[in-house]
Design a protein around this ligand. Structure first.
Ligand code: GLC
Length: 420
């Protein structure tokens, strides 16, 4: 049906007064897991409820690629996209391009965890509303650990030893293509998350500290990256250097890995009808360097922001409020196992029954480590890309961690200048 016909039909149903208010919106959303299918289902409901029409503009699953594309569109004042799905780290960098949601959201902000609202607030401006939060897990094959009498590993070295032992024994038993551990080591934002976890859980700081000091060039950080380098080709395929979340999940979900580092969305997919690991795995917090360290998960999460170039800002705000609402977040938790930003959903019996790990994940995301986006502000993307490049070079055998971190420190110091 053409938009005109559809509008006329809606007009007949709603009466002429509402016709003027019916808008055609576009929402840019990424294609990770089943995000787009889920969004479409919810958008169909929204269209029925409001008479608006919403087109989905699908984006690559890579956070970094999405960011580059958004930046180009926004710099050009693009009017074709009204609502952007945004990564938790982007608020300070894109704040000027989005409208302030403070007034429109004053009846709902109190439903969300204050720290998440805080992360989307830049100089008093509420840049986006959250649709889910994120904190990664160590996925492990319960069946294989039991088969070989192993307990879930608490430290990175235990993880490597258990991964190696099970990988080798399974290969001897004819499972030729199994690997011990898969994670994300492509040169992109996901590697920043992985490497921050290795470093922070080794007592090596968080790249740039909250006071703005550049801490990344230290021995503990270097040792943590060298440790990860040792996994490549031994317990992780060389290909991991090109893996993002979806490639790791592909290997894991076809039963070809003993352990995986990934975000909660992989839980529902791993238990889906088409998964070879359905019912065979569990999740636990990521390991630490030694028994005494705090586990360190990187804080992730996604939000929705309204473009200041949108010509239908009121309808766009309605859409953002709908998709961030408790009802839609509950569906997201039930269907996609993504973590709500609304506290009461963690006590919801249906959510707990569908995603048993979820109530336990509330303290984990609450103690997750933020990337230095609030402190590096508009320079965050450059900080991150310099960091992931230094790590990727090291993992690929191009320089030692100590050498690459020393160069990184010089680069970051120059980037910082007098202040962030
Ligand atoms: C997940 C996180 C996001 C992070 C990305 C990195 O999507 O939610 O915050 O930047 O992974 O790949």
């Amino acid at each position: 049906m053409t938009l005109l016909l559809k509008t006329l039909t809606i007009c007949a149903v709603l009466g002429a007064a509402d016709l003027a208010a019916a808008a055609e919106l576009s929402l840019a959303a990424n294609t990770t897991g089943k995000n787009v299918n889920f969004m479409r289902e919810q958008l169909d409901k929204f269209e029925k409820q409001t008479g608006h029409k919403v087109n989905l503009v699908t984006m690559p699953p890579s956070s970094s690629e999405q960011f580059s594309q958004y930046r180009l569109w926004l710099a050009a004042g693009n009017k074709d996209v009204d609502v952007y799905q945004t990564d938790v780290i982007w608020a300070p960098q894109l704040a000027d391009q989005f409208i302030d949601l403070t007034e429109a959201a004053k009846d709902v902000v109190g439903d969300h965890f204050p720290s998440i609202i805080q992360s989307q607030t830049v100089n008093g401006k509420l840049v986006a509303l959250p649709i889910f939060t994120d904190a990664p897990a160590l996925y492990y094959r319960k069946d294989l650990l039991e088969k070989y009498g192993k307990t879930p590993p608490k430290t990175w070295d235990e993880l490597a030893a258990t991964a190696k032992e099970i990988q080798d024994k399974e290969r001897e038993a004819g499972h030729a293509d199994i690997w011990g551990y898969v994670f994300q080591a492509n040169a992109y934002e996901g590697l920043t998350c992985n490497a921050l976890e290795w470093i922070k859980s080794s007592g090596g700081g968080q790249i740039v500290e909250t006071d703005g000091s550049i801490s990344v060039n230290n021995e503990k950080a270097a040792a943590a990256i060298e440790r990860a380098k040792g996994w490549i080709g031994t317990i992780a395929p060389e290909g991991v250097l090109a893996y993002q979340e979806e490639e790791s999940r592909g290997v894991w979900q076809t039963g070809k890995a003993v352990f995986m580092r990934n975000w909660p969305y992989a839980y529902a997919l791993g238990n889906g009808g088409d998964s070879a690991v359905k019912g065979k795995f569990e999740v636990m917090p990521l390991p630490t360097a030694s028994a005494g360290e705090q586990p360190s998960s990187t804080l992730g999460g996604w939000n929705l922001a309204v473009s200041k170039y949108s010509e239908d800002q009121q309808a766009a705000i309605e859409l953002v409020k709908f998709l961030s609402s408790k009802e839609v977040q509950k569906q997201r938790a039930l269907q996609l196992s993504q973590l709500p930003t609304i506290a009461s959903l963690y006590d919801d019996p249906e959510v707990a029954a569908a995603q048993p790990f979820m109530p336990n994940w509330k303290p984990i995301f609450q103690s997750a480590v933020p990337r230095p986006s609030a402190v590096a502000k508009v320079k965050y993307n450059e900080v991150s890309s310099k960091f992931w490049s230094a790590v990727h070079n090291t993992l690929s055998g191009d320089g030692t961690a100590a050498e690459n971190l020393e160069l990184l420190e010089v680069d970051l110091t120059e980037l910082k200048g007098d202040s962030w």
